[in-house]
Write a protein that binds this ligand. Structure first.
Ligand code: HEC
Length: 186
C-alpha cells in the first residue's frame, strides 16, 4: 500500500518537476549552454535505434573513383561551409550541436556503415542544424557523398583535388585583401 502511494506520488511529481524545469526557464536553451540531463542519451539513442531499423545497406567497395569525384562535387555544393574540408575549417559560427569536421580524424565517419551516413544526409538529424537533403540532391548524389565520407581517410587524388580547392574563389580573397589595405593605417 505504501509502495502504491509512493508510486502514484512519484508519477504526479515527476511531470511537475519536469514542467518547472523546462517551462520555468531553468533548462539550457542557448547554443553555448551545457547539455541538459540525458540529452545525449535521448537524442543519440533514438537516432541510433532508427538507423539500425531503417538505414539501407550498400557495399562501399561498389563505389568507383568517378563516384567519389561526383560525391566531392556534391559535398562542395551543400556541405563544406558547415563541415569543412581537408585542411580548411568550416565557415559556420557557433552552433549547438556544433557540426563535426568530417575531414579530420576526430570527425571522420569512416567507421559508420555508408547506409547510416546516406540516411543522415537524406533525412537530416532532428533538433540539430543538420538539414535533410531529400529533394535537394538526387538519391545517387546522396549515396556518392555518403561513400565519399565513408572513405574520407583514403580518397583517390581526383576527389582530393576537388576538396582541396579554397572555400572562397581566389578572387574573393584578393578582394578582401584589397579592402584591408584601404583601411587607414593611422
Ligand atoms: C547548416 C549546417 C549543416 C549543413 C549545411 C550540413 N550539415 Fe551535416 N551536420 C550538421 C550538424 C549540426 C550536425 C551534428 C548533428 C549531431 O550532433 O547529431 C551534422 C551531422 C552530420 C553527420 C553525422 C556525423 C556523425 O558524426 O555522425 C553527417 C554524416 C553529415 N552531417 C553530413 C552532411 C553532408 C554530407 C552535408 C551536405 C550534403 C551536410 N552534412 C550539410 C550541420 C550541417
Amino acid at each position: 500500500m505504501k509502495f502504491l502511494i509512493g508510486l502514484i506520488a512519484g508519477l504526479i511529481a515527476f511531470p511537475i518537476v519536469a514542467a518547472i524545469y523546462f517551462l520555468g526557464g531553468f533548462a539550457p536553451a542557448a547554443v553555448s549552454a551545457r547539455a541538459f540531463p540525458f540529452e545525449g542519451i535521448i537524442a543519440g539513442g533514438a537516432l541510433e535505434a532508427r538507423l539500425h531499423r531503417e538505414a539501407p545497406k550498400r557495399d562501399l567497395s561498389s563505389f568507383t573513383t568517378a563516384d567519389f569525384v561526383a560525391g566531392a562535387q556534391t559535398y562542395r555544393k551543400g556541405c563544406d561551409g558547415c563541415h569543412g574540408l581537408p585542411g580548411q575549417k568550416p565557415l559556420v559560427p557557433k552552433m549547438y550541436p556544433q557540426p563535426p569536421e568530417l575531414f579530420t580524424p576526430d570527425g571522420y565517419v569512416t567507421d559508420d556503415p555508408v547506409g547510416f551516413t546516406y540516411w543522415k544526409i537524406k533525412n537530416g538529424i532532428r533538433m540539430t542544424g543538420m538539414p535533410s537533403f531529400d529533394g535537394v540532391f538526387s538519391d545517387e548524389e546522396m549515396w556518392r557523398t555518403a561513400a565519399l565520407l565513408a572513405s574520407a581517410d583514403k580518397l583517390p587524388s581526383q576527389a582530393m583535388d576537388i576538396l582541396k580547392q579554397p572555400m572562397f574563389p581566389p578572387g574573393a580573397a584578393e578582394q578582401e585583401k584589397a579592402g584591408d589595405s584601404k583601411t587607414p593605417v593611422k
